[in-house]
Design a protein around this ligand. Sequence first.
Ligand code: KIV
Ligand code: ZN
Length: 386
Amino acid sequence: MNPEKIEIFDTTLRDGEQVPGCKLNTEQKLVIAEKLDELGVDIIEAGFPISSPGDFYSVTEISKIVRNATVCGLTRANKKDIETAAEALKFAKKPRIHTGIGTSDNHIKFKFNSTREAVLERAIEAVKYAKTFVEDVEFYAEDAGRTDNEFLAKVCEEVIKAGATVLNIPDTTGYCLPEQYGAKMKYLRENVKGIEKAVLSCHCHNDLGLATANSISGVINGARQIECTINGLGERAGNTALEEVVMILRQHKDLNLDTNINSKMLNEMSLMVSELMGMPVQPNKAIVGSNAFAHSSGIHQDGVIKNRETYEIIDPAEVGVNESSIVLTARSGRSALAYRFKNIGFDVTKNELDYLYQEFLKIADTKKEVVNEDLQVMMATFSQKS
Ligand code: KIV
Ligand code: ZN
């Protein structure tokens, strides 16, 4: 049975760019948008056109160059935002307006000083108005993670009637547990009349480190779109990381869900975004961190040298990394040392290795990592002695 498709909605250029210090200029955004299109994302959220003339211009220019993906612009639930987004998206082959409003009591009371009824009215009006410009209208119920399910279902039902094609259920504050977020999706699937006319979308933030887990729980429970960013960039602790959800679905074939992403581009995509945004990727970041395929303890190294699959669930080539690395540290064993000597052209006998290993440990205890140059010096000294 063919896997069901999960749409990847990339918001690196909108939610991702909201990170302090990560501001990009239009030229940089165009480079990223082109690469995202090549990567195979289904939707590129290009920006929030009313937020600044620069962002308006970026969304306009991105709309002109993207060939395959839908190009999306964010708005609040008001006419001016929607008109501006429609104008910025006018060159897009496949334009989408992403409009919405906060639906939790917290947002209704403190942000809008309003009522559930008035917010519902604004939601319906916004979708109807966006629909006069484009066919594809996504509605976000901001802070859906903390919104009462019954009210959220009512909002979803009404915006579908107004023409929404996608329903974004953001866990804006990263509050939900995976079971809670999944249960919310299930509740909406079972209680919203007309739900079959719209796609449910996961939009999770990482305040408790659960953005990826929540998004996966969302799709297991019926959502068919995931909103995410390269390297998990985003407000505060970030958004769901694109590379993580893509590889989770590839690894867990039993879920029978997959995306269109060309995973072999994930590493270069991550490096490019990190460089352009000036945001280093933490070394132990899943999938794209520099240590994601590095092995440094003796037991692990011995296993990986015998068979990669002993300690790796992903073939590094699948994500565009040439090969796993065997890092030499004071925790490394003889087999890793022999392997690295072999890599630089020295085949050592068992007796030679026993001696060299003791020499190696003396050096390893003095530094974080023993590199090829250290091995060359060790070998030169050893050759002179013998
Ligand atoms: O986190 C959020 O709620 C958002 C919406 C504006 C979609 O980013
Ligand atoms: Zn967000």
